[in-house]
Design a protein around this ligand. Structure first.
Ligand SMILES: Cc1ncc(COP(=O)(O)O)c(C=O)c1O
Length: 258
């Protein structure tokens, strides 16, 4: 954002999505242009394209998206890249989906991909990630990068994670398998409508009951999930995928509550 935005420039954000894009846009004096997603949380390609004007400097896409869990199809990314605006695809949850736009970066200067060690490698507290950029964009980023680098603790953690990658990838596979089991269990409750997810969480619409109350009841039982109750996500829960025993404890608690 520091590289691309001047005060008054616009950033297109496909809501509902991760909250940091508006934060970073505003810190840099930019203006956020919100384009709501379709009912199934696919991006609204026509409205995104219609929102582009001379002030548009960035289009943010999140794949898989937080909190909805769906990936952005490659054809949508290609179409937006073809507009010439810088498209930033946040692939923080890539490892849980296996779907990536990375092969396109080599041919498109205006495509950037962001990745993280926070999710699949569990290093969120160490603040370490990476990006895939064209050499031209990477060179500009190096010019505005502070002289200080990723801290030493994070560097050690990354090196150890990469040495232990087979174990970490096995954990990711376990989470993916558990995600599918959790999906079915949530569906079986009858009062939740889970949305198919390619991330390590599942978004659910609460069909019968109040998300906030369910959240509160679960908290009292030591189970912590997210709830949403805003105009874009009215009465929703987001549940992180854990171990099989976490799924079982959640489902038991949900049976008690509702
Ligand atoms: C879509 C998305 N991108 C990025 C992040 C944060 O990643 P990092 O810890 O690497 O800043 C999150 C965390 O919640 C997220 O949901």
């Amino acid at each position: 954002m520091r590289l691309l935005l001047e005060p008054g420039d616009e950033v297109i954000n496909c809501v509902p999505t991760f909250g940091m894009y508006p934060f970073s846009t505003q810190v840099c004096g930019g203006r956020v242009v919100e384009v709501p997603r379709h009912e199934d949380f696919e991006i609204d390609l026509d409205r995104v394209k219609a929102a582009i004007n001379k002030q548009t400097k960035v289009i943010f896409l999140t794949s898989p998206n937080n909190p909805t869990g769906n990936v952005t199809p490659e054809r949508d990314i290609r179409e937006l890249v073809s507009t010439g605006v810088m498209v930033v695809v946040d692939e923080a949850y890539y490892e849980f989906s296996g779907v990536t736009a990375s092969p396109l970066v080599g041919d498109h200067e205006n495509l950037a991909i962001l990745r993280s060690f926070s999710k699949w490698a569990g290093l969120a507290g160490l603040r370490v990630g990476y990006g895939l950029f064209s050499p031209q964009v990477a060179a500009y980023l190096m010019r505005i990068k502070p002289p200080y680098n990723v801290n030493s603790a994070a560097q050690v953690a990354v090196r150890e994670s990469l040495e232990d990658i087979d174990h970490l990838q096995a954990v990711v596979r376990d989470i993916i398998a558990e995600r599918e089991r959790l999906f079915v269990r949530l569906q079986e409750t009858g009062f939740l409508k889970p949305f198919p997810s390619q991330a390590n969480f599942i978004l659910c619409s609460v069909l019968n009951g109040q998300a906030q109350e369910i959240h509160q009841e679960l908290c009292q039982r030591g189970i912590f999930i997210r709830y949403y109750d805003n105009p874009l996500l009215r009465n929703f829960l987001r549940i992180s995928v854990g171990k099989p025993e976490h799924t079982d404890a959640l489902i038991e608690a949900l049976k008690e509550i509702c």
